[in-house]
Design a protein around this ligand. Structure first.
Ligand code: ADP
Ligand code: UDP
Length: 248
């Protein structure tokens, strides 16, 4: 199969004119690629988790690029024209939101405390650039100005992302896991329909916190923060997460 390119975590092949094959690798990166490593089984766990959630999204009426997983580490998807905007949904304050707040670059929604784990009532959506060297927050005005999405598409993507949050959140709460935030990407089919792309519900693209620990005032991450913060073994955290989700 012709090789196309490698992203930070996946290798991409051309399966046919209109289909791609993603090979989920064991690579992990953080801080815009400055911190790198490989963890055994990471590719398989993230691929299987993405498959798990894509199937649920489809059942819930959310259109996605998922076709099938021919092997435990690979996924066949519809080839799309990726919308050059990453979409972030936040239920709790964490990560870059707090870093930007501390640097004076953003205001928190009314009543939200500036600390990791502070709930954001009703949640909030943010957009960042996708194809610049470093992801940068962008507002709706800039998205419209650059023609990245129309006003109607922004509304649609916001509605889908909110729905994805509900679907992920209800599955996770049965496993006593809090969904703090997540990132999704969308792409256009040749007909111009916008559908969910890349991956969804994986610990590479979401923040997951153990609910029981959280209620005791401790943030126990079951996601890439384990690697970002160097607080434990990534394979063990990802493995525990998937086991707990599959059990419910
Ligand atoms: P990144 O370095 O951006 O994190 P990954 O390692 O996850 O990338 O590789 C996946 C790449 O494929 C990303 O650039 C993503 O935008 C792109 N992509 C995801 N889904 C599709 C699709 N259906 N069609 C075309 N490109 C896609
Ligand atoms: N995220 C991602 N890819 C990115 C940026 C963010 O998957 O390029 C995810 C990240 O894992 C987290 C959420 O989006 O679940 C919000 O990330 P944030 O903006 O707080 O940035 P970070 O702390 O990851 O730098």
């Amino acid at each position: 199969m012709p090789y196309i390119s490698s992203g930070k975590a996946k290798d991409i092949y051309e399966a046919s004119n209109d289909k791609l094959l993603f090979e989920f690798t064991d690579r992990v990166t953080a801080f815009d690629g400055k911190k790198k490593a490989e963890y055994q089984e990471k590719g398989e766990i993230t691929c299987r988790m993405a498959e798990y959630w894509f199937k649920i999204m489809e059942q819930e009426g959310i259109p996605t690029h998922y076709i099938s997983c021919p092997t435990p580490t690979s996924m066949l998807v519809k080839r799309l024209d990726i919308v050059p905007v990453e979409v972030i949904w936040r239920n709790y304050a964490a990560g870059s939101l707090l870093r930007r707040y501390e640097a004076g670059g953003v205001e928190l929604p009314d009543g939200v405390e500036p600390e990791e784990g502070a709930p954001i009532p009703g949640g909030m959506i943010e957009f960042t650039t996708k194809f610049e060297a470093v992801d940068r927050p962008v507002d709706i005005k800039e998205i419209l100005y650059n023609g990245w999405m129309s006003e109607q598409e922004i509304k649609y993507v916001t509605k889908l992302t909110k729905r994805i949050n509900e679907v992920l959140g209800s599955g996770l709460s049965n496993a006593d896991i809090i969904l703090a935030d997540f990132k999704v990407e969308y792409g256009r089919t040749p007909d111009g329909e916008i559908i969910l792309a890349d991956e969804v519900g994986t610990p590479d693209g979401c923040r997951f916190w153990d609910k029981a620990e959280f209620e005791n005032g401790v943030i126990k991450s079951l996601d890439k923060d384990v690697f970002r913060k160097g607080t434990g073994d990534l394979t063990a955290a990802y493995g525990e997460l998937f086991e707990r989700i599959q059990k419910v």
